[in-house]
Design a protein around this ligand. Structure first.
Ligand code: X2X
Length: 338
């Protein structure tokens, strides 16, 4: 050959180098997947994602790594964009709230219908049955692969101005709500003045008194020390439960081997069940701690509860067509049958 051997070896070196770099990049991408969460591992929600990551790490012998990015940082704090970011591939995986994904998946508003699910058994009947399957199909139809359920928890009402045991007590109160339109309707129906903002903005707004109240599970209230920013009244009204969903971007999912898919699914189901049980077990202790720190806790009589149910009935008229009559029916049947 008249090609000088030196340049030949240089050429082959370059070729091998490029091929190696490409292989390396592909394998790195396949190995480390991002997981988005809104809350950090100081909260059960973040612990659910970390548990998932730990189980995957352990059972894949380090072949697959999940790296958790808390505080909605992959969407610059805008939690209602998390689903879109996962669908488009900016986020590989997420453990997300039904509330935050509901702007893109209207069926998820099911869980925010006020006073639909009175207790944990009702939540389990919905997520674990036909309604839950329908919700997963709706997520899949919108380009994301759902894997398992977790739980942020029953959302309770807090405020800085006084005890709330009837809708009239909410009259004119500024309440921070998540940026999901159904909440605007629920709190308007109760005579309050709802203000939508992200979780990142919520604590500053409570601190300055820009808002008078907020609603979140007791675990969030407790860990974030919401009582220390003047929220010294909590009403236990179980008005909605906020399940978490473990999910994956569709292209990422399709790129995994069958074994990796099985591993991700099985560990998500396990981490979810672990977190749901833990969240529920901790509830009573958290309530006691909150009361010990001086928070007034209000429980509702059956009549008081019914007054809130009646005041928010029109939310159903507006939202059932958006959620889907069949899905709401399936959820109601599951709740009644338990
Ligand atoms: O923003 C909230 O209130 C939170 C943290 O509970 C959710 O992400 C739904």
């Amino acid at each position: 050959s008249y090609l000088p051997s030196r340049s030949l070896s240089r050429l082959s070196c370059a070729l091998v180098g490029t091929a190696f770099a490409a292989m390396f990049a592909t394998s790195l991408q396949a190995r480390e997947l991002s997981v988005s969460t809104v809350l950090s591992d100081a909260f059960p929600w973040g612990q659910a994602a970390q548990k998932w990551a730990d189980l995957v790490e352990e059972r894949s012998d380090g072949e697959l790594t999940l790296r958790v990015y808390p505080n909605s940082q992959l969407v610059n704090g805008d939690q209602t964009r998390e689903f879109s970011a996962m669908r488009s591939g900016l986020i590989d995986l997420a453990v997300g709230s039904t509330i935050n994904w509901s702007p893109q998946v209207p069926e998820l508003n099911l869980f925010s219908l006020p006073f639909l699910m009175p207790d944990e058994a009702a939540v389990d009947a919905v997520t674990g049955g036909e309604a839950g399957d329908m919700v997963f199909e709706a997520i899949e139809a919108r380009g994301v692969v759902p894997l398992a359920w977790g739980e942020n928890g029953f959302r309770q009402l807090s405020n800085s101005s006084g005890e709330i045991d009837e809708p009239a007590d909410l009259e004119g109160l500024k309440i921070r709500v998540v940026g999901s339109p159904l909440f605007q309707d629920t709190f308007s129906a109760l005579g309050a003045n709802p203000t939508q903002m992200s979780w990142a903005d919520a604590k500053p707004a409570l601190t300055t008194g820009a808002v008078d109240g907020q609603e979140n599970p007791l675990s969030v209230f407790d860990v974030a020390r919401i009582d220390q920013v003047g929220q010294n009244h909590v009403t236990l009204w179980n008005y909605m439960n906020d399940p978490l969903i473990f999910a994956a971007n569709q292209q990422v999912w399709a790129s995994l081997s069958d074994d990796e898919k099985a591993l991700l699914k099985e560990t998500a189901v396990e981490a979810g069940a672990w977190e749901v049980a833990m969240t529920r077990e901790q509830e009573a202790g958290r309530l006691a701690d909150i009361q010990e720190r001086g928070v007034t806790v209000t429980e509702l009589s059956d009549e008081q509860y019914q007054a809130f149910v009646d005041a928010t009935a029109n939310v159903y008229d507006k939202w059932i067509p958006r959620i889907g009559e069949e899905l709401v029916e399936a959820a109601r049947n599951a709740i009644e049958a338990q």
